[in-house]
Design a protein around this ligand. Structure first.
Ligand code: ADP
Length: 328
């Protein structure tokens, strides 16, 4: 049975990008077909300016939303990363395996370090090293598969490189994992800036649909999505990223094909209206289940406690083996 690991950062409220790029597949496919672990990766929220109370609140909220989206603790293991020491323990060994050059090449490091400097902030060292921590998240469980959106493929490649290098130097220790991305909506774009991804830590909330947005808010955001000056609805991600993004969203929400759907619309307005309706329907059950779960924080805490126990039991022997292999 495949071992599957993936995570989500508590750096903001979960977005439609997180849901379509990752979480929906965890719920519908991954937890049914493998031994699946899903983590709220709170250590990763500390790489940029953060507010301690907010990170804690968002961690609980992310876990609640993952349950609301349909993760079932009877089928998978859901836990908070910092509750399991093995992630940080293994990360150090992998830092001794990675090089400064390969981390500086990471696209997300380049982008986020520029953003931090522009905001007058210093760049935390952890912003450079967090892909190594992510590799530890994955390798600690011997995961075969990592279901993520397209933005994470470079990090999973690094994880593979580190696993192979460690195995070659110190003897076979780690499974070499592979990324799996969804066929449609692997990269949901910001509705106000369709050339950049819809990211929960971005400032521009107007272009981001959050999982807990109510129907009116979703409709308003989708209806105001930036498109272009054309009229004809065609699917072209390069030339017409705004329209293509809407078609991707509609296709992901309804199970259609974005290119085929394009032919059915006479105007951008009609496409927006149908996309808005489809997204509202897609998110409705998540919002409803979230309301019930939020009223019972004790249940969520219990799930996370049990999940951390299970996760620890899986990671500990493997990380101990890595410590022995490297000479400690
Ligand atoms: P964010 O970038 O929103 O902070 P995370 O880094 O926590 O999100 O990623 C959680 C998961 O959601 C990852 O698998 C990531 O690939 C996926 N994801 C994030 N944003 C998008 C997006 N705009 N489109 C598709 N998938 C996304």
């Amino acid at each position: 049975m495949a071992r599957i690991f993936s995570g989500v950062k508590p750096t903001g409220h979960l977005t439609l990008g997180n849901y379509l790029g990752a979480v929906r597949r965890w719920v519908e496919v991954d937890q049914h077909r493998g031994e699946a672990l899903f983590s709220v990766v709170d250590l990763h929220a500390l790489t940029v300016e953060h507010d301690p109370a907010r990170v804690r609140r968002l961690s609980r909220q992310a876990a609640t939303l993952l349950l609301a989206a349909g993760l079932d603790p009877a089928l998978c293991t859901l836990f908070v990363q910092s509750h399991v020491d093995e992630h940080a323990r293994l990360s150090y060994l992998l830092e001794c395996t990675a090089t400064d050059g390969e981390l500086r090449r990471m696209i997300q490091y380049k982008e986020k370090s520029v953003q931090a400097r522009e905001a007058g902030q210093s760049v935390r060292l952890s912003l450079l090293t967090y892909p190594v921590l992510m590799a530890a998240d994955i390798l600690a469980y011997g995961a075969d598969e990592v279901p993520v959106g397209e933005d994470q493929t470079q990090h999973v490649e690094l994880t593979r490189d580190l696993a192979v290098r460690f195995n070659q130097r110190y003897g076979h220790t780690f499974t070499v994992p592979r990324a799996t991305a969804p066929a449609v909506a692997a990269r949901v774009m910001d509705l106000q800036d369709p050339t950049s991804k819809m990211g929960k830590s971005h400032e521009n909330g107007a272009g981001i649909v959050y999982l807990l947005d109510d129907a009116d808010t979703v409709r308003r955001k989708v209806m105001r999505a930036v498109t272009d000056s054309g009229r004809e609805v065609v699917y072209d991600r390069g030339e017409r990223p705004g329209v293509a993004n809407l078609l991707d969203l509609l296709a992901a929400a309804t199970g259609g094909d974005p290119e085929e759907l394009a032919g059915g619309f006479g105007s951008y307005g009609a496409l927006k209206k149908e996309t808005a309706d489809a997204v509202v329907e897609l998110l409705r059950p998540v919002r409803e289940r979230h309301a019930a779960l939020a009223a019972d924080p004790g249940y969520v805490d219990g799930v996370l406690r049990e999940g951390a126990g299970r996760a620890r039991g899986m990671a500990r022997p493997l990380v101990d083996r890595a410590y022995r292999a490297i000479g400690l």
